[in-house]
Design a protein around this ligand. Sequence first.
Ligand code: SF4
Ligand code: SF4
Ligand code: FES
Length: 218
Amino acid sequence: MGNVKAIIDRIEGNFPEGMTILEAAQQLGLEIPTLCHSPEITPIGNCRICVVEVEASERLVASCHTPIVGGMVIKSRSAKVVAARKATVELLMAGHTGPCVTDECAKDCKLHNLAADLEVGPPRFRVRKRRYYPVEDVSPYVRRDMSRCILCRRCISACSEIAKKDVFSVAYRGFNSKVVVDYDKPLDKEVCRDCGVCIEYCPTSALARAEKGVARNE
Ligand code: SF4
Ligand code: SF4
Ligand code: FES
């Protein structure tokens, strides 16, 4: 595989073919915000926080899973890009049922940190919130608060690709979509190996360590 030349934010670079726009920007020392992406897991391309403008393309593209192509001229922080990122964060915050703005967990929440970085205040518009779910604390290892879930799907990929378990999937449709275990059963210790990987990858406080302190079951 050869290299391709492209320009990001007026900086020209040489990038290996197949590299994503996000990786190319990082190679140039440019920072593009992400939410669902993590370098250790297959790009999910779900949140669209990482969008960039590509010259001659009408639509903004998600940089985390779009390969860089020779001749591309990319803007990673144009007014259009920043406005789109702000709108996405605002929508996620507006549809989020968790009370976390006022709670301790907010400081560890990537969504809230992004909102602060992008100077997104409390949502200006009303959107239909996803359902309220009671906290699930059946598992001795993982406490699940699905009202705080933003459906980024990182836990699904992390559990599958890193923990090598396939504990989670998405069930239901539209506003009722939910990350579930089997046919929406509580997470129990039979299916979970207590590795904590899903907790580590969850960008919000939807997944947290259970407080029961049960020893690892490996
Ligand atoms: S703790 Fe590990 S095995 Fe259990 S659900 Fe999370 S990632 Fe999967
Ligand atoms: S539980 Fe966390 S990691 Fe999983 S989809 Fe929801 S926000 Fe994303
Ligand atoms: S970080 Fe690229 S789509 Fe979520």
